[in-house]
Design a protein around this ligand. Structure first.
Ligand code: SAJ
Length: 418
């Protein structure tokens, strides 16, 4: 109940962190970096994942996802004994929930992972604990799901126990840097909960930690990703418009961006990843009548892969038996993440429609974890293809010589070969 009962609230430097136990629920793209950053800061971290293979990998000091420098950080955290993993939670001073929050086929939120994580920690939560939801969540999830399911009856939030939402904000590919450098929004179920969470984040975040309510933090996070989705949709709509006029969208955007108050983002094959293509739906679902623009942006971005497929199919018609090279499957450059990837969606649709022989290549996707269709080496794809499609702008593809591209029919969805 009081600050004396738990050191976390007063911790503001590395001193004293070693005595603080943190239990991180979910060791994926957010949970594992968070757990290893905290462990390297000196916290005693217990990481939990439902997958025994993930737990074993981490306990060996290895990682199951691709992220720059994460391997070094995890190895150091495990070797020092500060990070250990298991399939069940343990008692801790701080619980952090970092589980997925996907959407169902009808775009409604699927909160089952949050519900399960909250129920799983409940028997371990004690007076004085801080419980944090980091997963991006629909409005009111902290108050209406985590609080009732995760906090034992009789413990009063804000005095006996502290519950907050602190949405992650890190960019895949720069997670370790951004987890520490970015400003953070921490929203409490009560002001005391927010202050408690703020004190915790200030022990390892260099950016500003901004306190608010749990619901405001939930909506702020969704607004950030919706803002980006709407702006990418604008760029994607421009690319469709410019095709209609037979104009180069990249030229138009670079000219328009010379205006001091215009900053248009880049069109692409669509919007993927587990964040921007999902999170805006949480707002749309929560208030369908108030989110016309956000919904339309989602629809524009979701339609883009089909526009690209049509374009490829049209161009392929000039060959009797077209061989189409598809470069890149992941949702964006230089990451291994295939979730909601428009590039993968395009390759799947081309294969289903039997547009020609499809030769796919992605240096970031190991055939060990991907066996839906064969992957080919870059040199083979480039030499054998008549139509060459750039879907994900991995650095390896940017260096293909111009003279090679000149011999092909090229579809460059990212504008990097211009
Ligand atoms: N994309 C474009 N054109 C652009 C920028 C991106 O087509 O100009 C595409 C990408 O290729 C990709 C998708 O959009 O398919 C999303 O990529 P991204 O790099 O914009 O963002 P994410 O999904 O990797 O990470 C986002 C970030 N949110 C914002 O920038 C507002 C990150 O800070 C969040 O932490 C993350 O979502 C998350 O976890 O919510």
């Amino acid at each position: 109940m009081t600050t004396e009962e738990n050191p976390v609230v007063t911790v503001s430097s590395k001193q004293g962190l070693a005595g603080t136990r943190v239990c991180v629920m979910g060791l994926g793209y957010i949970g594992l970096p968070t757990a290893s950053i905290l462990a390297n800061k000196g916290y005693q971290v217990w990481g939990v994942d439902v997958r025994p293979d993930v737990v074993e990998t981490i306990n060996r000091g290895q990682i199951h996802i691709e992220e720059p420098d994460l391997d070094i950080l995890v190895r150091s955290a495990v070797n020092s004994g500060q990070l250990k993993a298991g399939v069940e939670p343990r008692k801790a001073d701080v619980f952090i929930i970092c589980v997925p929050t996907p959407i169902n086929a009808d775009h409604s939120p699927d909160l089952s992972y949050v519900e399960t994580a909250a129920k799983t920690i409940r028997p371990f939560v004690e007076r004085g604990n801080l419980v944090i939801l980091e997963s991006t969540s629909p409005p009111f999830t902290t108050e209406k799901t985590v609080l009732p399911l995760g906090i034992p009856e009789g413990l009063v939030p804000g005095s006996d126990v502290f519950v907050a939402h602190c949405p992650e904000r890190v960019l895949p590919g720069r997670i370790l840097l951004e987890a520490v450098q970015n400003d953070r929004v921490v929203g409490g179920i009560t002001p005391a909960c927010a202050q408690r969470a703020k004190a915790f984040y200030e022990t390892f975040v260099n950016g500003h930690v901004l306190a608010t309510s749990a619901t405001a933090a939930e909506v702020t996070k969704l607004v950030e990703n919706s803002y980006r989705d709407v702006n990418i949709a604008f760029a994607n709509e421009l690319s469709i418009l410019c095709d209609e006029f037979d104009l180069d969208v990249w030229e138009i955007i670079s000219l328009a961006n010379r205006h001091p108050r215009v900053n248009i983002l880049s069109p692409g094959p669509g919007v993927g990843g587990h964040c921007i293509s999902v999170d805006p739906w949480f707002l749309v679902h929560a208030a369908p009548e108030r989110t016309r623009l956000i919904r339309t942006a989602r629809e524009v971005n979701d339609s883009k892969p089909h526009v690209v497929v049509e374009q490829i199919a049209r161009l392929a018609q000039q060959f009797a038996s077209p061989r189409i090279g598809c470069l890149g499957l992941t949702y964006k450059a230089n990451v291994d993440d295939l979730r909601e990837s428009p590039s993968l969606e395009i390759v799947r649709e081309l294969r289903e429609r039997k547009v020609g022989e499809i030769l796919a290549c992605d240096p970031y996707v190991s055939p060990k974890r991907f066996n839906e269709f064969p992957l080919h080496p870059l040199t083979e794809v480039v030499s054998r293809s008549q139509v060459l499609v750039l879907l994900t702008d991995h650095r390896q593809f940017r260096d293909i010589p111009h003279r090679v591209l000149q011999e092909k029919v090229v579809v460059d969805t990212r504008g990097v070969w211009r």
